[in-house]
Ligand binder design. Sequence first.
Ligand code: PLP
Length: 395
Amino acid sequence: MASTQMDDDLLEQERRHAPGVYPSRDKVFVRGEGALLFDADGRRYVDCASGQGVAALGHAHPRFVAAVAEQAATLVTCSAGWPTAKRAELGVRLAAHLARIGMDPARIFWCNSGTEAVEAALKFARLSTGRSGVIALERGFHGRTFGALSATHNRAYKDPFEPLVPGFTHVAPGDLAALEGAVDDRTAAVILEVVQGEGGVHPLPADFLQGAAELCRARGALLIVDEIQSGYGRTGRMFACEHAGLEPDLLCLGKAIGGGVPMGAVAMGPRVAEQPPGSHGSTFGGNPLACAAGLAVLDALEHDRLIECAAETGAWLAERLRGLSSPKAKEVRGLGLMLAIDVGEPAAPHVAKLVDEGVIALPAGPHGIRLLPPLVIERAELEEVLAALERVLAS
Ligand code: PLP
């Protein structure tokens, strides 16, 4: 329990006004630095959640802090109906990366979260093709607003909110024959994650991904790739698509792209028709504050070798996780610093015990302990995580 009176008051106040949709927890994080978090009692935690995959640069990264502070003192808001220098610069810089995955020229719609990026991509795909059907994958997660929730697979998230958007079908990941049977002349888009994150950290086979792209092209559908969790260096490449040579038509981004300032984006490649004026929009999307934050994230990714670090540290960590002595550690899956240890039983109790050991992790799927540390994490910090996992999985 948090020990001070101030914390108890704060916890009580937060609980009184909480919406009920989040777990009720008793730790109050007051500060972060790199891959570390500190609670109100001054206790230190190694952050292997990054605020659900957001803090790729870690906490309080000096480049990021300076950029956000400077922009806050200059111009925070400017509707996307008006050009601004930071948005223009961010668009050019992101487009240079998108060109590597065949999105050249790319147009970019800016929004404020992952689920908004998915909603926008679904609308853009419908308008571009004049079709309404969407094929998604079992185990897939795309967000919790109505369109994105319709693409999400987990029934527990969906059932209470039926009826959802019609026209969504789910097929088994990796089953190209099932996908071939599902995509027809009513299909606007196939939507998938290259590495299914929430579903348990399952990288999808390259031949399946390639096959899905070819099928979309042959049948006039668009391929929406959701890299909201896997994008921006997390898997050891700028985009997880690059591992499979996959070229999306629409790419959804979120989480890390604003470094913690809420931000989402949809990139549209050459096969997507230009969207008519007024067909979509966002009050906050692409505001100068978020774009300045986004530029600081790109600066750090490009100049501090963070993507290479994610690849190297991730490979090292996966190897060490495979060497854990506990028989509970059944399988290690993932790419780069997007990893899960499958424990073959509910993972949530283990994730809770890790907090007591000073490690913040996440569950993934029914049996996965998911690690999404900041890309700046050091091996000495990961040694602490490995030792904590040994202790927790021993019991
Ligand atoms: N898509 C994927 C792959 C995600 O992992 C998430 C969030 O976990 C989302 C979409 C939804 O993003 P947000 O929570 O920012 O709406």
